[in-house]
Design a protein around this ligand. Sequence first.
Ligand SMILES: Nc1nc2c(c(=O)[nH]1)N[C@H]1C(S)=C(S)[C@@H](COP(=O)(O)O)O[C@H]1N2
Ligand SMILES: [Mo]
Length: 348
Amino acid sequence: MSRTNQDDPAPKPLPPGQQIVAPGKWPLIGERKAAPGNYPWCLSLCESGFKTVELGLEDLRAMKQTSITMDIHCVTRWSKMAVKFTGVLLKDLTESVSMGKSSEFVSFVAQSSRNHSTSLPLQEAIGHKTLIAYSCDGQPLASEHGGPLRNVVPGKYFYKSVKWLRKIEFLHEDRLGFWEAESGYHNGADPWREERYMAPTIDRKTAAKLIAERDFSGHDLRSLDANGRDLTNLSAQKAALRNANFREANLQGANFSYANMSNSHLQKANLKSAHLVGTDLEGANLSGADLRGADLTDSSLIGSSFCEWDEQGRVVLGARIDQTTVLPRAILEPLTPDQRDYVLAQYG
Ligand SMILES: Nc1nc2c(c(=O)[nH]1)N[C@H]1C(S)=C(S)[C@@H](COP(=O)(O)O)O[C@H]1N2
Ligand SMILES: [Mo]
């Protein structure tokens, strides 16, 4: 069909597999606050062979100021469109302190108790208009969202944007960031190419053994492929199962308490009477899963899906949920409105 009405606003482009958060919502992801440290805030710029430069917030405010309106895309499938950040472009910053010329990579380091950081090739970071931001939508950046200072990288998953930015290091060789090293997040982070995860880390033999024993508890099995497997009564407490594929698997009575199942694929899985207590299900797809008798108390559901619709808005794949499914109202709050409405409708 051709577009005839010239006044129609162009549809907002959303990368594949993302869903837009409810208006006014901005989920809090990862760390909630900075580690204790020295104030007033300062930003260190380091490059081997050069003297470290320390800049206060006032120094940054005195530099050329730029505002960028960008879309936030979290790897766990939520997007927040058109957020305006204000600060100093990495390009302008490197020029004003004459740093970075002899380096290929840049690492953004947070003031965080786990030494959180992320990195990018320097030219890519500059090309993407990376901004060292101190304000958001005209207000000082809120501390839970990284205030007083964070970097933001338009056109990359949001894990490339570090909260409580304390240090920028210019490097000859790349140094993987926290999520990239700890959780297998893809170092490229291109949302249009769905660069969410690196390849699986476990070898096939180990995976086959654990599947046969039906005991995943405490193991790191990210990106595991268990498509269609019979894993009745599986024991998987506290397992790391990010991006695991459980499509159409039999998981009846399985125990996933406090497991990390973010971005896992659970379409049409049999989850009858499964324990999903305290489970991280952020970005997980539970469309068409059988959740009768399942307990999802205290699970985290930011960016999760329970239903898929066709273009006409008809349900094509909906989770089976009834009075025996334990899904406290409060945990449904971070779902998109259409997902929440679907779930609530199942309770009648
Ligand atoms: N210091 C720090 N920065 C971080 C993280 C974190 O855990 N600690 N998480 C990253 C991830 S995965 C995302 S999606 C965004 C979340 O930012 P928000 O909490 O402001 O939404 O911060 C990124 N930067
Ligand atoms: Mo994220």
